[in-house]
Design a protein around this ligand. Structure first.
Ligand SMILES: Cc1cc2nc3c(=O)[nH]c(=O)nc-3n(C[C@H](O)[C@H](O)[C@H](O)COP(=O)(O)OP(=O)(O)OC[C@H]3O[C@@H](n4cnc5c(N)ncnc54)[C@H](O)[C@@H]3O)c2cc1C
Length: 382
């Protein structure tokens, strides 16, 4: 196992200070190691996640070689040649487990932003004190965007949040964590070959959720209550002006509709499973409140916006992979983790084999199946 940094490197180096997991502690599970503390419904801080993964590396006695950067992987007649910062390795099989979120995705229109406006990604952002005083435009309203918008707003800076398609979820539903419901109703266990539109499922933005000790819901209504101004999708920056799409009301209605459909499936599950009496009565969160007239443009040269935080997603980095296994968007071509090159496998990608593959606790089932395939292949060959 080669790791360019330390164990749990992404959690040590690439997360902001206040981040907590949005998955509850009972969902922090790795093979043979689970959360056993007093607060199964709480959410780990970044330090706690790092400790958890560190502990896993020790108890599993994983043969990790830290500080070894893989700079190239090439196919050979009988496997792969791996070039690292610590020499060459020949391998009959390779598992690509280098992560799905190595780089922030920032749209090319960043280049049109006037030079006086500071630009940050979640990889640069550690906390609001790092930002200049004055207005902040947060672009993207998925988990990262809503969490940063709330934190920056609480620091006293005026925040404008640019909202495109998003996944709205309440933190709690009928007294239980919404992720508990998804687990109980079998949503997370849905297999990749049963998902209607796998490409879409793999690109679905993260849900608007935050892990806090108070277990609060952080949706757009909560942000409006904090004083965050909502605008539409950032479509263009022209002549120093940020131009936003209209139709916010439709974007909100769609997210509300999808959320309510999901809550309907929870209610159906609680009835069919005979457990309905265990929970509070069905409820529906208030519809997302659309601003009377959302602004369609902001002059970025006026001084109103002093910084932009691009919360526009993350992507993997396969710069080191010299095997033609990437699609036109730079994503790995694979079937449930079996990559389109003999003896190459992948783990840790969204909806790799199940919906839960996106999360830490999804790895156990995925790894068992993917490594089963790998072991079968090695055993079958002389
Ligand atoms: C902001 C954010 C919040 C998240 N919140 C949650 C959450 O609440 N709950 C949850 O379950 N999941 C969450 N996730 C997803 C979580 O990151 C993954 O579930 C999990 O970390 C994936 O682990 P991994 O080992 O596959 O990838 P990573 O944690 O990305 O690890 C990949 C490792 O590969 C190393 N590496 C990469 N390239 C090379 C190379 N060329 N040579 C050597 N080493 C290399 C990296 O240094 C890194 O340590 C979140 C992700 C992000 C980005």
């Amino acid at each position: 196992m080669l790791e360019r940094g330390e164990v749990a490197n992404s959690w040590r180096r690439e997360r902001w200070d206040s981040l907590r997991l949005l998955t509850p502690n009972w969902q922090s599970r790795l093979p043979g190691l689970r959360y056993e503390g007093p607060d199964p419904d709480g959410y780990m801080t970044v330090g706690e996640v790092t400790d958890f993964i560190d502990r896993f590396a020790k108890v599993s006695r994983a043969p990790v070689r830290t500080g070894v950067n893989v700079t190239s992987v090439r196919r050979t007649d009988d496997g792969y040649n791996v070039t690292t910062s610590d020499g060459e390795i020949r391998a009959r099989a390779v598992v690509v487990a280098s992560g799905a979120c190595n780089l922030p995705t920032v749209p090319p229109l960043k280049d049109a932003v006037p030079p006086g406006v500071e630009q940050l990604t979640p990889f640069d952002y550690r906390g609001p004190d790092q930002l200049p005083d004055g207005g902040v435009l947060v672009v993207g309203a998925s988990a990262t965007g809503v969490q940063l918008a709330a934190e920056i707003s609480r620091s006293g800076r005026p925040v404008t949040l640019s909202v495109a398609e998003h996944v709205r979820l309440p933190r709690l539903y009928r007294g239980r964590d919404v992720l508990w419901w998804m687990d109980a109703a079998g949503v997370w266990d849905q297999r990749y070959d049963e998902v209607d539109d796998l490409t879409r499922a793999r690109r679905l933005p993260s849900p608007q959720l935050v892990g806090t000790p108070e277990r609060v819901t952080l949706d757009l209504n909560a942000l409006t209550a904090l004083g965050v101004e909502l605008v539409g999708r950032l479509a263009m920056v022209r002549d120093g002006r940020a131009l936003f799409s209209g139709g916010l009301r439709n974007v909100f209605s769609l997210a509300d509709l999808k959320m309510n459909r999901l809550l309907d499936t929870f209610d159906e599950w609680s009835l069919t499973s005979g457990r309905d009496a265990e929970f509070g009565s069905p409820e529906r969160p208030a519809p997302t409140h659309a601003p009377g007239s959302a602004r369609l443009q902001i002059d970025l040269r006026s001084g109103e916006i002093r910084s932009i935080v691009w919360a526009t997603g993350f992507r993997p980095d396969y710069d080191w992979l010299d095997v033609p296994v990437l699609d036109e968007k730079g994503r790995l071509r694979h079937d449930g983790g079996v990559v389109d090159s003999p003896g190459m496998y992948a783990l840790g990608l969204p909806v790799l084999r199940r919906r839960k593959s996106t999360f830490i606790y999804g790895i156990e089932d995925d790894a068992r199946e993917v490594i089963g395939h790998l072991a079968g292949r090695l055993a079958a060959r002389p």
